[in-house]
Design a protein around this ligand. Structure first.
Ligand code: FES
Length: 288
């Protein structure tokens, strides 16, 4: 049902994803740093759910305080509710910014449609919180009750859909979480060194695991080919100064240890130890 409801939004959401990508491109390097901040690449996890926890926890506390006052006649809760709602709203603004930044790199189709529906619903719910906060700041605490309750109900539906997109589509989940790759306890030959041109990403297989090799002289770096962000093929990526850039959404990983240099990826790429031995490139690992 969620997919059916979201499907008519596809045209709008595809346009919006293109627009957001264009905005970040125009912003250049500051835009890249802002994107890293909002994706959570620096945190090692997506930032969006961290902020959402504050929003949902804060909104629940405000509704609880309001119900105590309106239904049970408790007094002295007004200031606490206003302060908590202000914090909730600030975290909500951060959630919206981080959410739409994650959204721009969604795969078109059901994943993008459902993420977009989640974002639009929560945007509307945030308007309810904003209206309620304005009422409280204006001294009208009674007029703040219903907008808060309606906003809370809307955000609850949006949150359910957010969970759906994570659990059903694995959205913003490490794409190597369930298969870190074949384990090689001993160094294992994967290709003659002559077949691994210098300075060119080269795809090899270790059992069923695809690995990308990057060789400079006798120094070889080896990363699992499947990008941790959404599964893009790193072997088709672009090399930088000790880095490789994913061709799908431009995440940049350090060749040496798979660390995330730029998002949207938030999880370190799986790496193997590599060496040249007897004319063969050999791998051992992966490393945790
Ligand atoms: S799949 Fe998205 S950056 Fe690699």
């Amino acid at each position: 049902m969620i997919e059916r409801v979201a499907k008519p939004l596809a045209g709008l959401l595809n346009w919006l994803a293109g627009f957001l990508n264009a905005v970040y491109r125009v912003l250049g390097r500051p835009g890249k740093l802002l994107q890293d901040l909002l994706n959570g690449s620096w945190l090692g996890h997506s930032l969006h759910p961290v902020l959402v926890d504050v929003v949902i926890g804060g909104a629940t506390a405000v509704v609880f305080l309001d119900v105590l006052r309106v239904v049970f006649g408790a007094s002295g809760t007004e200031d606490a509710a206003t302060w908590v709602l202000a914090l909730t709203y600030a975290a909500g603004v951060g959630s919206v910014l981080s959410g739409w930044t994650d959204f721009k790199d969604t795969a078109s189709g059901s994943e993008r449609n459902v993420v977009g529906l989640h974002g639009i619903i929560n945007f509307v719910g945030m308007a309810g919180f904003g209206f309620s906060l304005a009422q409280r700041l204006g001294g009208n605490v009674d007029g703040a009750f219903w907008p808060m309750l309606i906003g809370y109900a809307i955000i609850s539906i949006g949150s359910y859909i957010g969970g759906h997109v994570v659990f059903k589509y694995g959205y913003m989940v490490n794409h190597n979480a369930f298969s870190r790759g074949k384990r090689a306890k001993e160094f294992t030959a994967v290709a003659p060194v002559a077949d691994v041109p210098e300075g060119e990403p080269t795809l090899v297989s270790l059992g069923a695991t695809k690995v990308v090799l990057v060789r400079r002289g006798d120094v070889v770096h080896a990363l699992k080919d499947t990008c941790s962000h959404a599964g893009g093929p790193l072997s088709q990526g672009e090399l930088g100064d000790g880095t490789i850039k994913c061709p799908w959404h431009n995440s940049v990983f350090r060749l040496r240890d798979g660390a995330v240099v730029h998002g949207p990826a938030a999880t370190r790429q799986v790496t193997y130890q590599a060496r040249v031995h007897d004319g063969q490139v050999e791998l051992q690992g992966p490393h945790d």
